[in-house]
Write a protein of this length. Structure first.
Ligand code: NAP
Ligand code: ZN
Length: 351
């Protein structure tokens, strides 16, 4: 099969820094959209996978699943896109499209194995898929999203993961006007959660470990800020939340957060994949409370989220970085020192 060589940044082991490399992409097939990558967000998941935190990384890992680009070519059967369109690619590039999950617009739960944008088996070239820290990507048309032209393209990149990962649970659990909603962790995901919950008319409480972020949280759309280390403040909010979205990126003690939920209310976990500290059964039983999980969102839902962002002019707050500065950016994400998402300007890789 013909291939095209692209410049990329990737890691060759879980202890290696990201470094320049060349990768092969497949030639544009009949169903494919070839995309020139303009911007790619840096998600905390990129760091988890580069460092093999989830124990399933295949090296080299070329991360990146918050991709914004322009269509430069389309295959013969492509009907939804044309050259020049502004498009996005998120965490998935393929699925079987034939199982109950896929029929139900839940490609992220494909029963035959979702193909993620990177670190998944590549059925076209063998080996594993490579992500958006690269100059271009070729993707099956059903996994390409239309990006509204009226929103800032740089700030749109994080919508493809941080956006949909927070939008999907807010939408699935039917957060509505007047609900008291808590967002835990003011990072890339959390800041989108605040913006979306605010746009849906909820009373938004930013629950953070960082008092220094309080003013920003309000600017982003939080009506109140709750410092989770302040036991008295936590007590004052006990049993009062309709819904909580937890974006903490590591295993932690969820019991203090559970105590914030009202009767029948749910806390949705999207961050920690490792074991949580023991959950106190009484904390769930008294109040019929629920802990749930959520994984990104389906393609249809991702398009709905992007359209909503177009209508409400919602994008992420981003700090632009050059590809060559990615290792430093990773360190700063780990220190929670970014407002609130790094986005790589891929022009820096093309030169
Ligand atoms: P991020 O930008 O690093 O933000 C995480 C925030 O959590 C931090 O800014 C910090 O906020 C808070 N935090 C960090 N360590 C903490 C700790 N030990 N205890 C309490 N709070 C802590 O990360 P992100 O990109 O938003 O991603 C968050 C997590 O979601 C990552 O694990 C990522 O892999 C995962 N993720 C999941 C999905 C999914 O589909 N489920 C999709 C994308 C990402 P404060 O300073 O405000 O406390
Ligand atoms: Zn992500």
């Amino acid at each position: 099969m013909n291939t095209e060589t692209h410049k990329a940044y990737g890691a060759s082991s879980n202890t290696a820094a990201l470094e320049p490399m060349h990768i092969e992409r497949r030639a544009t097939g009949a169903e494919d959209v070839k995309i020139d990558i303009l911007y790619c967000g840096i998600c905390h998941s990129d760091i988890h996978q580069v460092r093999n935190d989830w124990k399933n990384s295949k090296y080299p890992v070329v991360p990146g699943h918050e991709i914004i680009g322009r269509v430069v070519a389309t295959g013969a059967n492509v009907t939804k896109f044309k050259e020049g369109d502004l498009v996005g690619v998120g965490c998935m590039v393929d699925s079987c499209q034939d199982c109950p999950s896929c029929h139900n617009h839940l490609e992220q739960f494909c029963e035959n194995g979702t193909i993620y944008t990177y670190n998944s088996p590549d059925k076209h070239l063998g080996g594993y898929t490579y992500g958006g820290y690269s100059t271009g990507v070729t993707v099956q048309q059903d996994f390409v999203l239309k990006v509204p032209e009226n929103i800032d393209a740089k700030g749109a990149a994080p919508l493809l993961c941080a956006g949909i990962t927070t939008w999907s649970p807010l939408s699935h659990w039917k957060v509505k006007k007047g609900d008291k909603v808590g967002i835990i962790g003011l990072g890339g995901l959390g800041h989108m959660g605040v913006k979306f919950a605010n746009a849906l008319g909820a009373h938004v409480v930013m629950i953070t470990t960082s008092p220094a972020k309080a003013e920003d949280a309000k600017t982003l759309g939080a009506h109140e800020v709750l410092i989770s280390k302040d036991a008295e403040a936590m007590k004052a909010h006990a049993n009062s939340f309709d819904f909580i979205l937890n974006t903490v990126p590591v295993g932690h003690d969820v019991n203090p957060y559970l105590s914030l939920l009202k009767i029948d209310a749910t806390m949705v976990m999207v961050g920690a994949v490792e074991p949580l500290e023991a959950v106190n059964g009484a904390g769930l039983i008294r109040g019929r409370k629920r802990i749930a999980g959520s994984l990104i969102g389906g393609i249809k839902e991702t398009q709905e989220m992007l359209d909503f962002c177009g209508e409400h002019n919602i994008t992420a707050d981003v700090e632009m970085v050059n590809m060559q500065d990615v290792n430093n950016a990773f360190e700063r994400v780990i220190k929670a020192d970014v407002k609130y998402r790094f986005v790589i300007d891929m022009e820096s890789l093309k030169n």
